[in-house]
Design a binder for this molecule. Sequence first.
Ligand SMILES: NC(=O)c1ccc[n+]([C@@H]2O[C@H](COP(=O)([O-])OP(=O)(O)OC[C@H]3O[C@@H](n4cnc5c(N)ncnc54)[C@H](OP(=O)(O)O)[C@@H]3O)[C@@H](O)[C@H]2O)c1
Length: 453
Amino acid sequence: MYRDPVQSLEPLPSRSAAPRALRVGMIGIGTVGAGTFRVLARNQADIAGRAGRPIELVMVAARNLERAARIVGGTVPVTDDPLRVATHPDVDVVVEVAGGTGPARDWVLAAIAHGKHVVTANKALLAVHGAEIFAAARQHGVAVAYEGAVAVSIPIVKALREGLTANRIEWVAGIINGTTNFILSKMEDEGLDFAAALAEAQALGYAEADPAFDIEGIDAAHKLTLLAANAFGTSVRLADVQVEGITSLQRTDVACAAQLGFRIKLLGVARRREEGVELRVQPALVPVSHLMAHVNGSMNGIMVKGDAAGVTMYYGAGAGSEQTASAVIADLVDVARLDGTHAAQRVPHLGFHAHAMSALPVLPRAATCSSHYLRVPVHAAGDVEAISAWLVRQQVPVRHVTLAAAAQPGSGPQVLVLTQPVQQGTMDLALHALQAHPSVAGKVTALRVEELA
Ligand SMILES: NC(=O)c1ccc[n+]([C@@H]2O[C@H](COP(=O)([O-])OP(=O)(O)OC[C@H]3O[C@@H](n4cnc5c(N)ncnc54)[C@H](OP(=O)(O)O)[C@@H]3O)[C@@H](O)[C@H]2O)c1
């Protein structure tokens, strides 16, 4: 195996010398790690050509050594000690694809402290410990690259940092969790309720046995923190995101939204306002005529609005072995190209923003603003006007009001309302009071409406 005495992080050799390999230590060789191994091996020559030097896997850590050895076929030494990989002098860059937020934090911080760049696909790790990790990377002058942690096959971090770099970003919005999009598509296309759609997603392997992370919106929130950090320089803090999953979404709301010309999608939205940035993950109504409404099944779609470029859209698989490997290796190629240059020129590591952008604060829920859809069960069809007039008196401007088509024979009347944009604080007060209105016969449902224009 190729071994070079040159220590990590020394500047690249002069043009006349053969470029030395970038030596990669990988922690974890499960779905993503095995994909990374396969793609690196399969496309070795092309990848080396694009990176300007070979990218060589020199060490792998896993718990099950036999399984790991089978995957690498004896080409790479395997160890059950991730810290050994993180700190080994023969390793220039550590790929962390093990997952979790406990030990993974220690491995990544150890790698950084030893002057190694880090590539990770672990969104949970960055959403929880990102501030600490990026601060350490800044201090040690290394890069932490994480394209695989956001939208996998969609190079959205690169798009934000490079392709759209001239822009003042107005908003980023996306369907960034394939499991929930699969479930919502089933509810829409086949009229299933949430539980039946989830069971089908589990049977087909789109949802984990414990799907909480996905269906409660946490996975999408992890990714949104990274998108917002890139777009707006906000802190990478999960606690800043308003998170609402799809567990309480009713089939009848999917049908009522369709009656009004909308589809319901679990959207992650980061939107610039004058006073700060809205960060929220919520099931939201999207006009059926909008491209985002047609991102279906397990696919992901992200839109970005920049002041110069306008709206651009990115579409692709949001999970998968080689799909994630594609992003991990792209980050490795960036590290290979830019290792030895000034830290600010390197692949995205969020420390960069501390110098380049003034970070915007994240707005509290009450200060966020959007249009809403309301479904209001009422005693009589004649209550439509009363509800509409009452909302206007509560400072909730009404754009459209109608009666829902009966969900099933014998079900009571329901008023459907689309509001104009209204601050969430005003909306929350109105919703609380509306629930006690004498015309209201059951639980009021409220969802956001996203125009994405
Ligand atoms: N799967 C995807 O489509 C996808 C997409 C984007 C991002 N990601 C992220 O990528 C990361 C990896 O996901 P994955 O699906 O590849 O997970 P996985 O299939 O469960 O693989 C995890 C790997 O890490 C190893 N590992 C875990 N804990 C370890 C420890 N304490 N010591 C040594 N090795 C350890 C496991 O070893 P053993 O097998 O020997 O136990 C296994 O090789 C996660 O952060 C995930 O969120 C995954």
